[in-house]
Structure formats: C-alpha cells, structure tokens
Design a protein around this ligand. Structure first.
Ligand code: ADP
Ligand code: MG
Length: 682
C-alpha cells in the first residue's frame, strides 16, 4: 500500500543493525509493523479502592505515613524498607526492596503515593515506586510493550514516537466513512496515536474499539468472501425433493416438530434445493432432536432421486442411528443399511453391490463409509454427526464419493456462538435452540469424594425403582502419575457393593467392538443395571430407562464434556439425576462444578467454558485453527464480532462494495489475502 510505511525501521534515527535484528525477531520490520506493534498493557496510576483490587494486581495508593520506616539490610547490599500507610481508614504496609535511600525521604504523617503489587493476604504492597505527596500521575497512562533482548520500554517508546512524528501522517484510513460515523470510531491515524500515547483510559478504550472492529470486519470479510467464492465456484446439485412425499412423512412422526426443528429443516431444504452446494453446520444440544432433522434431510434427498450417507464416530452410535432411521423410513419404502467394520463377508458384499446399484438409498456407518470399496450410484447428501471427531481429510473423502453432494455437519457440542461464527465463518450455521416440550431437567449435584457412601445409597434408591445408572470414570487403568479412579477398579468395587441385588457392567475403549456391543446390549435390555464406563458412552447412546449418572473425578472433564455425558440420562419421562464426584482445588474448578449444578443449557455452559478456559483450550490445542487478533478478543468483544459479521455479510453481497472507491482499501485487503482467487481453499 503506502510506500513510506513499507520502509525499513532502520530509516529511523537510533535503530541500527543490532536493534533492527531484535525488532525483526518480534516481527517488526517495516515502519508499518512498528506503528502497529501495540502495547499489551498500560501502566495505570489511577487511585483505586483497595477492597476492589485483586491479589497480585498492580495498584497505586495514596495515604498518610503511619509509622517510621524501618530498614533492614541483608546479604550483600540487599535491603528491605517497611512502612505503614493509612489509606483512608485502611492500614496497610508498603515494602521496598533495595531502595534504602527512601528512608530519609519518607516523613511521618505526610502524604505519600505508592505504586506496586498488592498482596491481599498480607495487606501489603510490594512497592516499586514511591513519591512523597499526592498522586501527580493520576492521569498518566503509559504503554508497556512486550520486548526481546536488550530492548527497553523507554527505547521502544522513543522509536514509536519518532516513527509517528515523522511518518504518522502516512497512515491512511481503510474503513469507509460510513462505518466510522455509524459507530463513532476513531480515524486510523488517531487510533494508532491513542494506542501508543493515550492521555487516559478513555483514549485507549476508543482506540481499541476501532481496531477491534477493523480486525473483525476484515476477518469476516475474508471468511465470507471465501464462502462466496466457494459457492460460486463449486457448483452443487439441485435436489428437487418431493414435498408431497415429505409432508406425510413429517406428519407420521410420533411428535410435532419443535419450532426450532422446523426452522432448521427449512434452512436445510432451501440449501438442498438451491444450485449451490450446501455447507452447513447444525448445532443442537444433546436431546434437542437432531436425528429426526437428519432423517427428513436424507429422505428429501431420496425423493429427489439421490442417495444419502450418515457418518458417525462410533459403532454403537451407528447402530442406534441405523435403527432409528430404519424405523422412521422403512414404512416409506426407503432402503437403509448399516455399514461398519463389523459388517463382513457376504453381507458386506451385498450391501456394497446394492449401494453401487442405487438400491440402498441411505447408508449409515462409521469410518467404514470412506473406504475405497464404498461407491454410491448418485450421492446427493452427506451428513456427519459429531463432526469434530472427524478430520478435514475424512470429511473430504466422503464428500468426494459423490459429485458435489450437499454437506451437513451435526454437532451436539454446543460451540459458543462467538466461536461458531468465527471458526465456522465459511459455513452456514443452523442452531436448534429449543428442547422438545415436556423434557424434565436433570437435577445435578456436586459431591465431595468423602460422600461416596451417600451417593451410592442414592443410586440404589433409583435402582430400586427399576431404573438404571451410569457410572463414568476418566481413565481405564490406574496411572501412577494421575491420581484417578479407574473404571476397572470402580467396576470391581460396585459389583461387590451391590452384590446379590444389582449387576454392574464394564465398558471401555480397550474392549473389542464385539465385547462393547455385548455390554451395551445387556445394559439396553436391563440385564445389567449399572454401567461403569469411560467416556466411550459420551456420544449419542440412548437408554431411556437410565435415570442416574455418577461421574468420578468430574473436575478432570471440560464443562462441555460433562454436559455431553450428563445428556445420557434424562431421556425418558422420569426425573433424572447426575452426581459429580469432585474435589477441585482451584477456584476455577470449583466454579465449573457449580455451574454444572446450575444450568442444563449446553450453550450457556459452552460460553462459560470458553470464558474459563479460553478459546485455545476450548478446542484443544491441536484443533485450534483459531484466528489470531492483535487487539480483539473473541470472547470479550463478541458483540463487536457479531456486528462486524453482519456488516461483512451485507458488504459482500452489495454492488457498492465491489465497485465504489470508498471500499477500495477493504477490497485490497481481501486481494492481498488471496480470498478473491480462491487460493486459500482446501
Ligand atoms: P440429539 O439431538 O441428541 O441427537 P435425538 O435426535 O436423539 O437428540 O432426540 C432425542 C429424543 O427426543 C429422541 O427420543 C427423539 O425421538 C425425541 N424427539 C425429537 N424431536 C422431538 C420433538 N419435536 N418432540 C418430542 N420428542 C422429540
Ligand atoms: Mg444425536
């Protein structure tokens, strides 16, 4: 863009090769980079009420010297100076290390201003700055940069100051006036200035607001530009489904669809009918009724003369889905088949032949669906359940088994809206945010491990009513490092405890799929009343007679995972319960347990999880793929994110955006990122 700002930082006085090298390590090469290297925090000298200051937080206080300072020397040249200060009606201590000269400056009963780290337990400030008299820096607000090597804050401030004085006028606006006025945003030049040289907190706030919006808008334009490109360059298929067949099918369901289900069905059908390829994420909490939505979508594809595929992560789930779909669709003469690695020999061959011939219309299965030998005659719709369990590659292989089939991803892991619209910005998102009527909420309790006896008695009470229970443990076997309960031990203990009254089954990932099947069947048939399991039961399993769940070491699970697990109960008409056995040490851990007992809403939990763990952890480090922003924070600035998203979607569709001069800078940002040529597509 602008040539001056693309000059090397060495153009500035005082930046030699050595400094330039250090700056380069911080990814600062040009003046532009330097001017946009923003402070990560500001030194804040405002006075604050000590009762509101957190432990370890930095703070400035003003008070009266309340004791003669006492000075102690230790080691070589080391000293500690302590003085009592009365701040309002609050008596605190201030300690200064290695500043013995202060002893003579600090005067009894005089006003003093001290800045340092607040130790809330000791009611003490570890001070690094003191000044006799009232706080004169009240309004100072000094930038602090994260730095490498020999670079100093002072030096950095000087470089940036020089750069801004000499070249600041070359910083040009990239946002159209329309947005600046609408949201009262600082101009770009003013915003850069306010980031580095704020007069006060308000300056920083306004500058941040501008950059948050700018970053989000650019990001959203890229995502949506990408989506637009993909839509226009990946022709899909028109699936002209037969409404006269769909309607009776929907009426045949044993229940009316919820409004949310109706809405998402419409969104999906609209995509399927359109000439573009559907690329849609369907989110719905556990039990919100995604299966029937999938069934409707699959059936509509069949009525349009296509085949459909449903891929799920586990065999158990595949079997359950196959069963439900067969039950729903076979009365309508739709041929559904199950394909997993357990389907072998002649049977397998038959299914594959019938599939290739187009006689099997809906295929349900695990990874088995993406094997080479699986060929469809005319694949129109691909659905994956629990999409985050599959890699991009696997989803792509399945998609390529047809010619531009429509694609629907389903997930019961409620992804916070904020993440959904950023991470999945290139997908359309449908949300089922309503539970079928009459669903009882699961009562959740948090119990300390020492209450185990009482918990087991509680479980027994439920068993006595003829109900069943899940007991979940984090790991299969004892590990020396992790002090966790293991499923095998717990199974042994519970078998013993309920001996002669109830039977306990054991389920974990090391069992063969035949063994897993046998256990699951026994539990389904109520031959086993208690199922001790690792998290393999997490997704999808449906045993409505189970009303009780106990989760050992619950603090080891994320909130979303706990919520998923809990969703195994509460599937029938009886009241269900979930007990979290946990002894979290940290405050965050305790808060997480508390939240579980307070809400049954997966979206609320996921937002909370995101807040407590941060976006990186939320998906696990590997899967991150999350965009990095310089200023913006997806969690805290989510309102701005939504605004930017709406603005971007309007822009992308407008003629003006692609032509008007006012938008040229935004357009050039898209060009630079390769979105317009589709370079960034997989
Ligand atoms: P999930 O979204 O977790 O996959 P399911 O599709 O398994 O949820 O549905 C959970 C249960 O709710 C099933 O027993 C299903 O039959 C039932 N269900 C689905 N939709 C409705 C509805 N609109 N009214 C009543 N029950 C419904
Ligand atoms: Mg499901």
């Amino acid at each position: 863009m602008n040539s001056y700002l693309n000059e090397s930082v060495t153009i500035l006085k005082g930046i030699g090769d050595e400094t330039a090298e250090l700056l380069a390590e911080m990814k600062i090469v040009t003046l532009h980079d330097l001017l946009e290297y923003f402070p990560y925090r500001y030194e804040d000298y405002r006075l604050r009420d000590l009762t509101e200051v957190q432990h370890d937080e930095k703070v400035t206080v003003e008070g009266k010297v309340h004791s003669e300072p006492s000075l102690v020397y230790y080691g070589r040249k080391k000293s500690k100076l302590t003085v009592r200060i009365l701040v309002g009606s609050y008596l605190i201590k201030a300690v200064f290390f290695n500043q013995p000269y202060l002893k003579n400056k600090i005067v009894m009963n005089e006003t003093i201003t001290v800045t340092g780290k607040w130790d809330a337990h000791r009611q003490t400030i570890s001070a690094n700055e003191a000044q006799m008299g009232p706080n004169t820096k009240q309004n100072d607000f000094e930038p602090v940069y994260s730095l490498k090597g020999k670079l100093t804050t002072k030096g950095m401030r000087k470089f940036i100051s020089l750069a801004f004085q000499q070249y600041g006028s070359y910083i040009h606006e990239i946002l159209p006036d329309y947005f600046l006025t609408k949201y009262r945003l600082l101009g770009r030049q003013d915003a850069v200035k306010a980031m580095h040289f704020p007069r006060n907190q308000e300056d920083v706030k306004q500058a941040r607001r501008r950059f948050v919006y700018e970053e989000f808008l650019l990001f959203q334009l890229k995502m949506q530009g990408l989506r637009k490109f993909e839509r226009e360059h990946s022709p899909g298929i028109n699936q002209n489904y037969d409404m006269s067949k769909l309607e009776p099918f929907i009426e045949s369901l044993p229940f009316p669809l919820t409004n949310a289900q109706k809405r998402v069905v419409n969104e999906i059908l609209k995509d399927m009918r359109s000439p573009f390829r559907m690329n849609r994420l369907l989110q719905g909490d556990v039990g919100s009724g995604k299966t029937v939505v999938a069934a409707i979508a699959l059936y509509s594809s069949v009525t349009a003369g296509f085949q459909g595929a449903l891929m799920v992560p586990t065999e158990i789930l595949a079997e359950q889905h196959a069963e439900s779909l067969k039950r729903l669709l076979e009365p309508f003469a739709v041929k559904c088949e199950l394909l997993t690695s357990s389907v072998k020999g002649k049977r397998r061959k038959e299914i594959l032949q019938e599939l290739a011939a187009g006689n099997v219309e809906i295929l349900i299965g695990t990874h088995a669906l993406i094997q080479d030998e699986v060929t469809f005659k005319k694949l129109g719709l691909v659905i994956t359940d629990e999409q985050h369990r599959f890699g991009v590659e696997q989803r792509k292989i399945l998609r390529e088994k047809g010619e531009n089939p429509d694609v629907l991803f389903m997930t019961a892991t409620p992804i916070p809206r904020t993440l959904a619209i950023t991470v999945f910005g290139e997908m359309d998102v449908s949300i089922i945010d309503e539970m079928p009527a009459g669903r009882k909420t699961i009562e959740t309790y948090w119990a300390k491990p020492e209450m185990l006896e009482r918990v087991l008695a509680f479980v027994e009470k439920e068993l006595a009513k003829g109900h069943q229970a899940y007991v979940i443990c984090p790991l299969i076997e004892e590990s020396e490092k992790l002090d966790v309960q293991n499923a095998i031990d717990v199974h042994t203990a519970l078998t013993h405890y309920y001996q002669g009254r109830y039977k306990a089954g054991l389920m974990h990932g090391r069992l063969s799929s035949d063994e897993k099947d046998a256990v699951m069947k026994a539990f389904s048939a109520n031959e086993v009343q208690i199922l001790v399991s690792t998290t393999v039961v997490e997704v999808g399993v449906n045993v409505p007679n189970a009303t009780m769940m106990v989760i050992y070491d619950a603090e080891r699970f994320g909130l979303s995972q706990l919520h998923q697990l809990r969703g195994r109960v509460g599937r029938g008409s009886d009241q269900s319960y979930c007990v979290l056995l946990a002894n979290p040490k940290s405050e965050v851990g305790q808060e997480r347990m508390k939240i579980m007992t307070e809400t049954n809403d997966g979206f609320v939990l996921s937002e909370k999880d995101l807040e407590l763990r941060g976006p990186g952890d939320f998906f696990g480090r590997k899967q991150s793929g999350l965009p990095e922003f310089k200023v913006a924070d997806m969690v805290h600035d989510y309102r701005a994110l939504e605004t930017a998203r709406n603005d971007a979607s309007i822009l992308i569709q407008s003629e003006e955006f692609w032509n008007a001069p006012d938008y040229r800078y935004l357009r050039s940002c898209l060009e630079e990122s390769g979105v317009l040529t589709g370079e960034k597509l997989d």
